[in-house]
Design a protein around this ligand. Structure first.
Ligand SMILES: C[S@@+](CC[C@H](N)C(=O)[O-])C[C@H]1O[C@@H](n2cnc3c(N)ncnc32)[C@H](O)[C@@H]1O
Length: 236
């Protein structure tokens, strides 16, 4: 590694104000005004839900990826107040469908209201309960119908979610999994207080041998710190 790269890495914490400034520049330049999304975020805050949603730039990435694969059916694991759900719903054609899974009833209620206000109630189903149960039900009743999936829930189940998405997504579908880097905690998952690190590391190890998925993952720095998504292409 060149010296300047090492210095830049060492400086990361000092540079967070600059990282945030770049995020503001990009968000201000690339994310268009959208009252549906703004209202959803505001309602999510007013309901006291945790601030775990994707950033506007990440939301738009999901929207662009779903549009790029021509997604007509989208599956999401981890709804919260429906902010990422709304970004994804906006990628659907008028006859499209989105199923999103959330453990907590009160979060699902906030998401439903947000989606209804934005005019997507007819295209989006919010299923409440442990996602492993909802996915098991879906596997009994549905085939490989989904074109795009976004996984953003409890990391302990990431391998289960990847397998369920594989069973429900068509060949050529894209699966995005959030939070793959966790500030580097995936390197030593047992030695960190980060509760998500062991599950994420298990997913990385699983992907190393899962031949039916073609995977990559990115380390990103943003206002949220050091993290990044995985992209999994369903091969067969
Ligand atoms: C990071 S938040 C999702 C944020 C959302 N994707 C967004 O960007 O707006 C994770 C969500 O997963 C939900 N969750 C956690 N464990 C779950 C489980 N076992 N089944 C379903 N949902 C779960 C949490 O309640 C939380 O609302």
């Amino acid at each position: 590694m060149t010296d300047w790269r090492q210095t830049a890495l060492d400086d990361l914490s000092d540079r967070m104000p600059r990282v945030r400034a770049v995020e503001e520049l990009l968000t201000g330049s690339l994310i268009r005004e959208d009252t549906d999304l703004d209202n959803a975020l505001e309602a999510t805050r007013s309901a006291g839900l945790p601030e775990y949603e994707v950033s506007p730039l990440e939301g738009k990435l999901l929207n662009l990826l779903a549009r790029a694969v021509g997604a007509k059916r989208i599956l999401e694991v981890g709804t919260l107040g429906g902010y990422s759900t709304l970004w994804l719903a906006k990628a659907l054609p008028p006859d499209g469908e989105l199923v999103t899974l959330e453990l907590h009833q009160e979060r699902a209620d906030v998401a439903r209201r947000n989606l209804e206000r934005a005019g997507f109630a007819d295209r989006v189903d919010v299923l409440v309960g442990p996602a492993t149960d909802s996915l098991a039900d879906m596997r009994r009743t549905r085939g490989r119908e989904f074109d795009f999936a976004f996984v953003d829930a409890d990391k302990d189940n990431d391998v289960n979610y990847a397998q369920a998405c594989l069973a429900l997504c068509r060949p050529g579908a894209l699966i995005v999994v959030d939070n793959m880097i966790r500030f580097g905690n995936v390197l030593d998952p047992g030695a960190t207080p980060d509760p998500g690190a062991p599950g994420t590391r298990k997913l990385i190890d699983h992907l190393a041998t899962e031949q039916r998925l073609e995977a990559t993952a990115l380390q990103t720095v943003s206002a949220r710190g050091w993290d990044g998504p995985a992209l999994l292409l369903v091969r067969e």
